[in-house]
Design a protein around this ligand. Structure first.
Ligand SMILES: Nc1ncnc2c1ncn2[C@@H]1O[C@H](COP(=O)(O)OP(=O)(O)O)[C@@H](O)[C@H]1O
Ligand SMILES: O=P(O)(O)OC[C@H](O)CO
Length: 499
């Protein structure tokens, strides 16, 4: 038997068939079209999310030499916050999906902040008032699509994050459900009481009839109809992708943390039963929940640009051909030569939350080379992550013992060694690169009895590489101090055009 994990990401749909050892038996991936209809807007086609996901599921099974009869359960993980509204009668989306990166509701957030809504949001959802989360995206659609609010009030419309949309389609429209981690990113979910918040639904003027039922991450979400994969299969595990990576990295104890380095980086720290209120711009969120009414919590920090800075070296400057070439280029120099690169292309996230910051390279001299720039881009990944972890340690009152890493840019040995050096703790790369999908598989497999319990999963964790800090503490402190001076120079740069 195998477990099939579906990973509906921002830029691609992927499907992976895992065996009991967590080995990948079959894999498939399809690109997802990105739509940028206006500056600051980011949309997806919900139908394309569904069709590509279904195609990858079929292909992954084929590639594994398996059929639906071999699948113990399906696990789903997904880009979070992205909002989809559809007609319950026809299953047709009423508009494109508004993606988590979309900034169209920034003004709405400013107005709500002026009305004093932020303390309620922080207290109930653990989030900050930002267009990133689903609530203002849903409200925007209700206000802008003709007749939609009335239809929503009459119960004719459904809202879902990507997980709920996929489950609806797999179940032929018979199941409208999500899991606690995805619910915790909507800005409508009370993470203490683990229910939708009437006060927030009211504040955002969102009818309750839109919302899915919320289940733990391990549950009988739905049965995928035989018409899709050849036989009925239980969808038994669901989590948002950053939470799924936490599970895939077996961060099951308070104080364990992972960082996923992709386009940007997401750092998640397990805080156990504690909801930690951050004084440094971190989000309190749900890590996972296994039974109704119970949840484990996390602190999360988001860095908008890490791997994307390497993409910029490739596409913007043309100084490398492939992202992986950056390491060779960076190794042509011994250090950054005094050059610091703050890749604040779209502002800065945790802990600065400065939408007006812009990319800055400081310390350039006549001796600066492409190698120094490459090195500075890699060091920026590590410095930004160190800023988030510093905030986490202060908020949670603990010291990290190691950082577990995954994602495309975590394949870079130079960057990961530097990460260990600036953190002063080991950085650990797991044997399974597909940690997010593995986490979704774990959740489904736990529910289906394919794996025994969390202890069994933690015991089967294997390390592929361990980077041990080697930098003397004074050197680390000096570099971090210089980095923070560079950040200060990047901040508050962009100004609204004068009218
Ligand atoms: N060897 C490498 N060193 C540094 N960055 C890399 C390397 N390989 C890939 N990347 C970066 O990692 C990102 C891709 O990682 P991935 O996990 O697929 O991201 P996402 O899921 O956000 O699309 C790209 O931004 C790319 O520039
Ligand atoms: O799809 P990813 O990997 O870019 O992740 C997106 C996050 O879930 C957004 O919060």
């Amino acid at each position: 038997m195998i477990v099939l994990a579906l990973d509906a990401g921002t830029t691609s749909s992927r499907a992976i068939a895992f065996d009991r050892d967590g080995a990948v038996l079959g894999f498939d991936q399809r690109e997802l079209t990105q739509f940028f209809p206006r500056p600051g807007w980011v949309e997806h086609d919900p139908r394309e999310i569904w069709t590509t996901q279904l195609e990858t599921a079929r292909a992954a099974l084929r590639n594994a030499g398996a059929t639906a009869a071999d699948v113990a359960a399906i696990g789903i993980t997904n880009q979070r916050e992205t909002a989809i509204l559809w007609d319950r009668a026809t299953g047709a989306p009423v508009a494109p999906a508004i993606v988590w990166q979309d900034r169209r509701t920034a003004d709405r957030c400013d107005a709500l902040r002026a009305n004093g809504l932020e303390p309620l949001i922080r207290a109930q959802t653990g989030l900050v008032l930002d267009p990133y989360f689903s609530a203002t995206k849903i409200a925007w659609l209700l206000d802008r699509v003709a007749g939609l609010r009335g239809r929503a009030e009459r119960g004719e419309i459904a809202f879902g994050t990507v997980d709920a949309w996929l489950i609806w389609n797999f179940s032929g429209g018979s199941r409208h459900v999500t899991d606690v981690t995805n619910a915790s990113r909507t800005m409508l979910f009370d993470i203490r009481r683990l229910t939708w918040s009437d006060a927030l639904l009211d504040a955002f003027a969102i009818p309750r009839a839109l919302l899915p039922e919320v289940l733990p991450c391990t549950a009988a979400f739905a049965t995928a109809g035989a018409e899709h994969l050849g036989a009925p299969i239980l969808i038994a595990g669901v989590a948002g992708d950053q939470q799924a990576a936490l599970v895939g990295q077996a961060c099951f104890r308070d104080g364990l943390a992972k960082s996923t380095y992709g386009t940007g980086s997401f750092v998640v720290l397990n805080t156990g039963a504690r909801i930690v209120e951050s004084a440094h711009g971190l989000l309190a969120t749900i890590a996972y929940g296994f039974t109704p009414g119970e949840a484990t919590y996390a602190l999360e920090g988001s860095v908008f640009v890490t791997g994307a800075a390497v993409q910029w070296l490739r596409d913007g400057l043309g100084i490398i051909e492939r992202a992986s070439d950056v390491e060779r280029l960076a190794r042509t120099v011994d250090d950054n030569g005094g050059c610091f690169f703050v890749p604040a292309f779209t502002g800065l996230g945790t802990p600065y939350w400065d939408p007006h910051a812009r990319g800055t390279i400081v310390g350039i001299t006549r001796g600066t080379t492409r190698g120094h720039l490459a090195r500075a881009a890699l060091e920026a990944m590590a410095f930004q992550t160190a800023d988030v972890i510093d905030a986490m340690e202060r908020d949670a009152g603990l010291s990290l013992c190691e950082l577990r890493v995954d994602g495309g840019a975590a394949e870079n040995d130079l960057a990961m060694q530097f990460q260990a050096d600036v953190l002063g703790v080991p950085v650990v790369r797991p044997s399974t690169a597909e940690t997010t999908a593995l986490g979704a598989a774990y959740l489904a497999g736990l529910q289906a009895g394919y794996w025994e319990d969390l202890g069994a999963l933690a015991r089967r964790r294997r390390e592929r590489s361990r980077f041990v800090p080697a930098m003397p503490a004074p050197q680390r402190a000096g570099l971090l101090a210089q980095w923070r001076r560079a950040v200060a120079r990047s901040r508050d740069w962009e100004q609204a055009p004068s009218s």
